[in-house]
Design a protein around this ligand. Sequence first.
Ligand code: F6R
Length: 611
Amino acid sequence: MCGIIAFLGNRDNAGKIVVDGLKKLEYRGYDSFGFAEKIGDKIRVSKSVGKISEFKETAKTFAKTNLAFGHTRWATHGKVNRVNAHPHASADSKVVVVHNGIVENHADLRKMLEKKGVKFVSETDTEVIPNLIADFLRKNSPREAVRKTAQKLVGRFAFVAAIAGESKLFAARNGSPLILGIEKFYPKSDEKLLAKVDGSAFFIGSDVPAFLDFTHDVVYLDDGELVEIEESPTKDHFHGHFFEIASGRPIKKRVISIDLKASRAEKGDFTHFMLKEIFEQKETITRALNQDEKQIERVAELIRRSFGTFFIGCGTAGKVCATAEYLFAKIARRHVNVIFGSEFDTQEAFLTDRTLLIAVSQSGETADILEAYKIAKQKKVKTVGVVNVAGSSVARQSDVVLPVNAGVEKAVASTKATTAQLAILTLLAFTVAGKPEEGKRVLAEAASSINDFLNPRYSAHLEKIARKIKNVESLYIIGKGADYPMALEAAIKLQEVSYIHAEGFAAGELKHGPLALITKGTPLIAFVPMGKFRADVLSNVAEVKARGGRIIGVSPKNDELFDEWIRVPAVGAAQPIVNIIPIQLLAYHLAVLRKNNPDLPRNLAKSVTVK
Ligand code: F6R
C-alpha cells in the first residue's frame, strides 16, 4: 500500500538507487510513481502515471546527488494521474514529501492552510503535509517543523520529507511501516539501544527489500517516532537521530541485523512470482511445521485457559481464520470465534483480560489488524500473531509470535503464506486437543503428498481446464466444513487475478438462493470430500448439474457428475491445504490466458496499511 524509499549517503547516484528500490516495492502500489532529487539548493521532482517496472531510464534521467527519495502509489485520495502522484511539494517548493497512509483530517488542515493563502494543486490528502511543514518552518527548525506537522496529522501514516537547502532527510511514522537501513553501520553494537547511529549511508523504506542490496542493518521505527538523517560535521559519514513525535525528546532504538537470505525473493526460472510461490508450497508446509514446540504449547494453553478466543484476519488470512472454527470443532472439540480484522471493534463487549486474540497476517502490517490490536491492548487481551514477515508491526506487538516461515511472498495474491498459515492453525488445533504428534504426522503426510502432485503436468492439467472456462462471466465454488472457507478463498484468488466474477458458498446453501444464478455451462467448482459428507456435497453438485452447470470436481475420487476432475490426495484434517492449491494454479492460468499480470492485479496492493 504505497511504497517509500529514501537515500542519503556517500554515493552520488541517489536517484538511481531510489528508482531501483521502488521497483522492488512495486507490489505495494502501482498506479503511479515518482522521485525527488536534491540538486544544489533545490529539490527536483519527477513523476509519472503507470508502473515503475515499465519506467525507461535514459542517461539524463538522474542528477548527480547523494539525496533522493521516491514513492510508488496505491491511490486512496484523488484519481490516478500525474498531479496526484507523489512526491508532493509545498506551494513555495521548499518542502517535498512522500507519504503512505491517510491523513484523516486533511480537509480541515487544507482549509486552514488555504486561509493562509496556500494554493493546492492536487486532490490528495498528502499535499497538506509539505505545506504544513513549510508553514511551521517560518518559526521553527526543520526538525521541529516536521515534528509539529506529524503531531497535527490524524490517521495512520508514514512520510519522508526533505527541505530545500538542507542535506537532511526526515521520516515519521504513525501506523504505517517505516524501516531505516544503515550501510556500514559503525561501531557494530547490535546489542545496545542507541539514540544516534552512524553509517556511510542511510536508507528509509516501507519494506526491507527496497534496500537489501546494500545493507541488512536496520532499525524499525515504531508509531509516534521520527528520525532525522544528516551529514556528520566531518562530512565523511552520516548520522541518524531518533525522536519521539509527541515530546521531541531523543529516544533510543536497537539496530537489528536481518536474515538476508530469508528476505530476498527472485523469480528464478518462473515467469511470475505467483507461479513460483505456488510451487514453493512443496517445501513451505514443512517449514511452517518447524515451530518451537514450547511456543505452540504455550499458545494451546492460552486457548484452553481463555474465556473466548478470537481468530482475526483480513481477506485471504480471514478465510484461513474461518477454517479454525471447523478445525477446532472437529479436532479439539472447542468453539473459537472468527471475525474479520475490520469487524473486531464490534466485539468490544466480550473483551476482557481473559480473552485471547490470534491474528493471522502475512505482512503483519494490515491496518485493520493493527486497529484490532489497539482495542485488544486497551482491554488487556492477550495477543498471538501468526505472521510471515518477521519484524513487522503485528509481530512486534504480539505477546506470542508463531512465525509462518513461508519466506518472502512477492505476488499480491497470497498462496504459499496461506497454506503455511493453514498448517499452523491445524497444528494448533491438534495441540489444543493434546495430540501435537498426530497433528505433525497428518501435516507431514500432506506436505509430502504436495511434493508428489504439484508438478508441471498437474499445472498443465489446470491450464487445460482454464482454457475451457476462460471466457465465462461467472463461476461458483462450493465446499462443506473447512472446505467452505476454502471455497471463499478460492473465490478471492479467482477474482483478484482472473477478474472473473467468482463467488464461494457453503455447499448446502446453493439451493436457498444462488441456484438461480446457474445457467447452461456455468462452471461450478466443488470441493467434494471423502467420508461422511461426500454424499451431501454430491447431491448439491447434482442440483447444479441438473440445471446445466459444468462441474469441476476437486476430490481424491472421481465421480460421474464431474465434467472435469481435479485430483487431490486424501489427507484428512489437512484437506483444505491441498484443496486450495489447484485453485491457485487455475487462477494463475486464467490470469495469464486473459492477459492479466497475476503478480500485480489491478486496484490491489500487497499490504493494506489503510483502514
Ligand atoms: C489475497 C490477499 C489479501 C490478504 C489481506 C490480508 O490474496 O493476499 O486478501 O490476505 O489483504 O493481508 P495480510 O495477510 O498481510 O494481513
